[in-house]
Design a protein around this ligand. Sequence first.
Ligand code: ZN
Length: 420
Amino acid sequence: MQHLIDRFISYVTIDTESDANSNTTPSTKKQLVLANKLADELKTIGMTEVTIDKNGYVMGTLPSNVKEKVPTIGFVSHYDTSPDFSGANVKPRVVKNYDGGDIVLNKKRNIVLSPSYFKDLLLYKGQTLIVTDGTTLLGADDKAGLTEIVSAMEYLIQNPHIKHGKIRVGFTPDEEIGRGADLFDVKKFGADWAYTMDGSQVGELEYENFNAAGAKITFKGKSVHPGYAKGKMINSMLIANDFINALPAGETPQETKGYEGFFHVVGLSGSIEESKVELIIRDHDMKKFEARKKLVHDIVKNINKKFAKQFGEDIATAEVKDQYYNMREKVVPVMHIVDLAEKAMKDLGIKPLIKPIRGGTDGCRLSYMGLPCPNIFAGGHNFHGKYEYVPVESIQKAVDVIVRIAELTATGFSKGSVKK
Ligand SMILES: [Zn+2]
């Protein structure tokens, strides 16, 4: 397992924080340091067709070692880390044989990773954990994914008796700022389907995510001296407040789970003359998603009706934009790709945890770009913060899953153990 630890640490100690305020790709130049290292490493382990394009997308091929024609599969992960928390000067620490107690990340600042708060830790008693020093995130999201893909390819190259078809790997910048799929050349990648290695706990397998939209609603008002305001003043902030109150009660992120959708107010600003409400709309079900968007327009219509006489024109305007869609629609017609991953896990004694994502992934965008792409666990926990950690055993399990998926793609299809 030491080679997994060494590889992982060589990735997380390179700062690759992305930046939503930048218009370039990658959003930060420093991401290219790791991108170039990854391309070099793919060549070193013996991959072919290794390319890095001007936007920093890295691709490589492991050629098929079987005579029959079998599907080309892909594995994808992202090398940027979240701008939510510092990714500079990451000082990873290896905790061997974790005893199930508190882990002091930083004595001076009294930062403790404790199973009394993070109960998942107890799943990994006796294992080797990689943690932070309490001042940065770790970057297991998604450098655990990179480690797993590179190590699995290396393993397949070193063990040519394991049969596999053509395998493509792809490493992307800027996933954390929602742009990872933007410039991904699906045609050049040329896989029949792929998996992102970007989930959390061992066993996670996801092929359903939210349908997502963002809405901006602007309310106008009329400012008049408060002493002379009766019947004249319109306070746009109070109308914005009416709008928020007209959204269905209990349908917020903090009150929903599983397949329950929500409205989430993410921004609110105002003066008497003009106020703005920003919200995001999420639902797994396309019909319910459409109904949620319609409700926003309906509430706005009602407000406009109410103020039509007094204001003379529309007092409120809504701008609603779709952001991404549930990949389920694109994956269900090729459900064998999920079955295959599920079988790979079961073959390895890993219990598959199949659940809907309450968010989106690069894979959902890629699925709509013609590359069906479910998501598989990468092993880390507490992403985007100082409590992030990853058990090395989980990284190893993800490597095993990749290898097994590769093997099943070459053998399972012909033997019919996976239904097509
Ligand atoms: Zn990620």
